[in-house]
Design a protein around this ligand. Structure first.
Ligand SMILES: Nc1ncnc2c1ncn2[C@@H]1O[C@H](COP(=O)(O)OP(=O)(O)OP(=O)(O)O)[C@@H](O)[C@H]1O
Length: 433
């Protein structure tokens, strides 16, 4: 329904709907939704502007959904509404098919782990006691609890024999954060709510914690709602991302791939910042591409034979392979004309290769470090498979964008009209160096 109080127009120049407060971002298949917020609002006492207004949002089972948006847009409020730390002033929240207002809050919180930036470990209790809070609350016996605590510490990368009996002040920030995650996983809840869990940690430890967390999640497949204000963290951690405006209005809700391929409007594009297309290359792999080919010769082929192969191919370069078919040198006619040395000593050494599971982002890196402007692909044994050329990467970016555009057209939404892709990823990347 058009809303006269909304500042955004509801239709674009082509008559299609522009995403706004009324856009329905619900999952097509709602049976996949573990948590569903339906028209949820929250106005804090003593305030007139709602912190969350009429939010409808699905959290798919087993996925990490990241809520990301500018400061004060309502991310934390939205998270706390889910486990009833605060009560909504309107709408419904469905958890695993049940209206949460009908579930006892204590029972609800046993099913929903909660991790916050300030960790909130009890300073005078040992790490083991801190992790054991929920199992104890559930009345587990001592043996079962001890076993679970050790298992959890192990899972988050802390050796139980070393850390079990320490106190929080004897831990680094990153270790304390791991204990916070272990504690939230205490009773093996199906759902985790995480509010900027890695926010106050240095970038290197943060990266490591994110990776460890993704590894654990790969195994556990929890349903997770993760709040951050950092779009790069959102892209890395999320199976899906909801980009929020003020009052928790969804600007775009989708996979990171699709959001990067096609930021739906200026707000999203500004929020993502420059280099969206480059970041999108992290989600495609070499194995998704059709490889190009360069002529090859064995290292002992000799100059005359190599010149013939090169001339017949019409390519500027050929690849010299060793006796195991591993690429070792790039050679062109000029290099052979200038020196009689064996093929293994003319031209340029192959320094970087990629394997089929490499991301296109890594492939672009490899391409930029090769003077030939192509990335060589090898199998895990290092044998030559083919090459990736820059045009293939720009085609891949265009394809991702076209797929996203088709998806939004199917939803009946107009998308951003301005060019949203860096026209030349090489230029963009050079600029970033
Ligand atoms: N207890 C409260 N009483 C009144 N207003 C509140 C309360 N908590 C939050 N707000 C207001 O609600 C809005 C949303 O706050 P919230 O903390 O949910 O945002 P956020 O997106 O998590 O912000 P940040 O990224 O800065 O943590 C803000 O305008 C905030 O000032």
């Amino acid at each position: 329904m058009p809303d006269p109080t909304t500042d955004a127009p509801t239709t674009g120049p082509d008559g299609r709907e522009v995403p706004g407060e009324d856009t329905d971002w619900s999952l097509e298949d709602q049976s996949k939704s573990m948590i569903r917020l339906e028209g949820v609002s929250k106005t804090y006492p003593g305030t007139t502007v709602p912190a969350v207004e009429e939010l409808t949002l699905d959290v798919p089972e087993g996925d990490v959904l990241v809520l990301v948006g500018p400061s004060g847009c309502g991310k934390s409020t939205t998270l706390r509404l889910i486990n009833r730390m605060i009560e909504p002033t309107g709408g419904r929240i469905i958890f695993d098919g049940r209206d949460v207002t009908k579930v006892d809050p204590d029972e609800l919180r046993r099913h929903i782990g909660y991790v916050i930036q300030q960790i909130g470990l009890f300073p005078h209790r040992t790490i083991a006691d801190n992790v054991a809070v929920v199992p104890r609350m559930l009345g587990w016996d001592k043996n079962r609890t001890t076993k679970r605590v050790d298992e959890l510490l192990d899972m988050v990368g802390l050796d139980p024999s070393q850390y079990r009996d320490r106190y929080p002040k004897e831990l680094s920030g990153g270790q304390a954060q791991r204990v916070g995650v272990a504690r939230a996983l205490g009773a093996d809840p199906p759902v985790l709510l995480m509010d900027e869990p890695f926010g106050a940690i240095d970038p290197i430890t943060r990266d490591r914690l994110q990776n460890e967390f993704l590894r654990v999640q790969d195994e556990l497949q929890k349903t997770i709602v993760f709040v951050t204000h950092d779009i790069d963290e959102a892209i890395k951690m999320g199976d899906r991302i909801a980009i929020l405006r003020q009052r928790s209005v969804i600007a775009q809700y989708d996979t990171p791939q699709r959001i990067l391929a096609l930021p739906i409007d200026d707000f999203v594009q500004d929020f993502i910042g420059s280099g969206a297309a480059l970041k999108g290359l992290n989600f495609e792999r070499v194995s998704d591409l059709t490889l190009g080919d360069f002529p090859t010769v064995r290292y002992d082929a000799g100059h005359r034979r190599s010149s013939e192969v090169l001339a017949a191919s019409g390519q500027p370069w050929l690849l010299v392979l060793d006796d195991q078919e591993r690429p070792i040198r790039w050679v062109n006619q000029d290099a052979m004309d200038r020196s009689d040395k064996p093929l293994t000593e003319v031209g340029q050494a192959v320094r970087v290769t990629v394997e089929p599971n490499a991301t296109l982002h890594d492939t672009l890196e490899a391409m930029l470090s090769s003077s030939v402007g192509a990335a060589i692909v090898t199998d895990p044994q290092g044998r030559y498979q083919g090459v990736v050329l820059i045009e293939v990467l720009t085609d891949a970016i265009a394809r991702m964008r076209a797929e996203a555009k088709a998806h939004y057209e199917e939803m009946g939404l107009a998308t951003h009209q301005a060019p949203v892709i860096d026209p030349d990823p090489l230029a963009a990347s050079d600029g970033a160096r």
